[in-house]
Ligand binder design. Structure first.
Ligand code: COA
Length: 158
């Protein structure tokens, strides 16, 4: 069985990786799907985000990194996959996630969303916070991979 784990991944954090590792044990195939959102001001290009994800997931042989623009429901149909994985960090994620799951089901009735409770170690983590910390010279080694740290340092020194 296949599953899609969608997100912005700008960049992927150890919180995302924890979810990917857990679903890769339960499913034959995991699509990590990067949203190409032109409205969001991203630090990394899709290619750069893909490079960091591939490096972080190199120990997982059933993970494929893909990108999409437009509706997730349409992309799921394209992949012939009717299951989405989402991590729930805190209560505040719940409302938004339930709304998205219901809307996705409205758009594609066979599409289900599987929620995984995020690892408590990363329940406070987000890509924006990591970017904010490094932009002020803080240490982010505990939150993202060495490749992501290096590439973020390069971006912020430009
Ligand atoms: N650990 C750590 N951080 C996590 C995390 C985890 N397990 N899960 C989520 N996050 C963080 C992300 O880092 C991100 O942080 P940021 O906002 O600081 O960048 C934040 O939570 C949002 O998570 P993300 O998973 O990237 O979601 P998103 O809101 O950017 O994107 C999509 C969600 C891609 C699933 C959704 O926007 C989508 O499907 N878009 C396509 C258009 C569409 O179909 N719209 C209709 C939807 S019903």
């Amino acid at each position: 069985m296949k599953i899609i784990y969608p997100g912005s991944f700008d960049p992927i954090t150890y919180g995302h990786l924890d979810i990917i590792e857990r679903i890769s044990k339960k499913f034959n195939k995991v699509y990590v799907a990067i949203l190409n959102n032109k409205n969001k001001n991203s630090l990394f290009t899709i290619e750069e985000r893909k490079k960091i994800i591939l490096d972080s997931c190199k120990h997982l042989n059933n993970v494929e990194v893909v990108s999409f623009s437009g509706l997730l429901a349409d992309f799921a149909k394209e992949l012939d996959c009717n299951l989405i994985a989402r991590g729930l960090r805190e209560v505040s994620d719940y409302e938004k996630e339930v709304q998205m799951a219901l809307m996705n089901k409205e758009l594609y009735s066979d599409l289900e969303t599987l929620f995984l409770v995020s690892n408590y170690k990363y329940s406070f983590l987000s890509s924006s916070l990591v970017k904010e910390i490094i932009s002020f010279g803080g240490d982010i080694d505990k939150f993202v991979s060495p490749m992501a740290v290096q590439m973020m340092k390069e971006k912020y020194s430009e």
